[in-house]
Write a protein that binds this ligand. Structure first.
Ligand SMILES: CC(C)(COP(=O)(O)OP(=O)(O)OC[C@H]1O[C@@H](n2cnc3c(N)ncnc32)[C@H](O)[C@@H]1OP(=O)(O)O)[C@@H](O)C(=O)NCCC(=O)NCCS
Length: 190
């Protein structure tokens, strides 16, 4: 998973050196060690975070040489208002390399990895990748794009907290024909 500027589906290439390594459902001990170090150095995890659970969500890790500089996590979640299961993605980029399109690249590559995995694992019934963007960080920018071409993420609405929710539907992703009255709820979306 190395950057291929000009590849068919890409609009933006990263502007800093990065090599992406798949981490999804691999329990790779090196990536797990590096992720814990990254979270600690970047002070990303809340104090009472469940580290074991967060490690089980690791999706794609971005390295510059031996240093982990970018990380995505995916959590399979039932989304009540859409009535589907999505891989809800969280991304983080090291402070000193932000705004070099590493986040954009990570979203794009994570979607491709998750889509391929979902296709190979139809029993999991994951229909797309979702994100919730804490918009406060971008408040100064005004209106945001509705559709992000690289990652295929499209705006679907605001959360109860006023954040942007976006979904990149997989090519094979389907939605129920009608809303079901008894859709199962996990009750712990985040
Ligand atoms: C959010 C985060 C992952 C973005 O990573 P990044 O590598 O800096 O993002 P990119 O360079 O790909 O930027 C994506 C877009 O957001 C814009 N952007 C990024 N950081 C921004 C900021 N602080 N203020 C305004 N715009 C910003 C970029 O200009 C770019 O817009 P463009 O495509 O129109 O040029 C990174 O800031 C981070 O790790 N933050 C802390 C963890 C976090 O908040 N994660 C997201 C949880 S919702």
């Amino acid at each position: 998973m190395t950057p291929e500027p000009g590849a068919r589906s890409r609009v933006h290439a990263p502007r800093a050196p990065v090599e992406l390594r798949p981490a999804w459902r691999r329990a790779d001990p090196k990536i797990e060690r590096d992720a814990e170090l990254f979270w600690r150095n970047e002070r990303i995890l809340p104090p009472r975070a469940d580290v074991a659970a967060r490690l089980s969500y690791l999706c794609v890790a971005g390295y510059d040489g031996d240093r982990l500089i970018a990380l995505s996590e995916a959590r399979i979640t039932l989304i009540d208002f859409l009535q589907v299961k999505l891989a809800m993605l969280r991304i983080a980029v090291a402070r000193d390399v932000r705004q070099h399109r590493l986040g954009t690249w990570l979203l794009t590559e994570s979607r491709e990895l998750l889509e391929a995995w979902s296709l190979e694992n139809p029993a999991e019934e994951v229909m797309g990748m979702g994100t919730i963007t804490q918009t406060a960080a971008y408040d100064g920018r005004g209106r945001a794009r509705g559709y992000l071409r690289d990652s295929h993420l499209a705006f679907v609405g605001f959360t109860a907290n006023g954040e942007h929710m976006r979904v990149a539907w997989f090519d094979h992703g389907t939605i129920p024909a009608r809303r079901q009255n008894h859709f199962p709820l996990l009750g712990d979306h985040d």
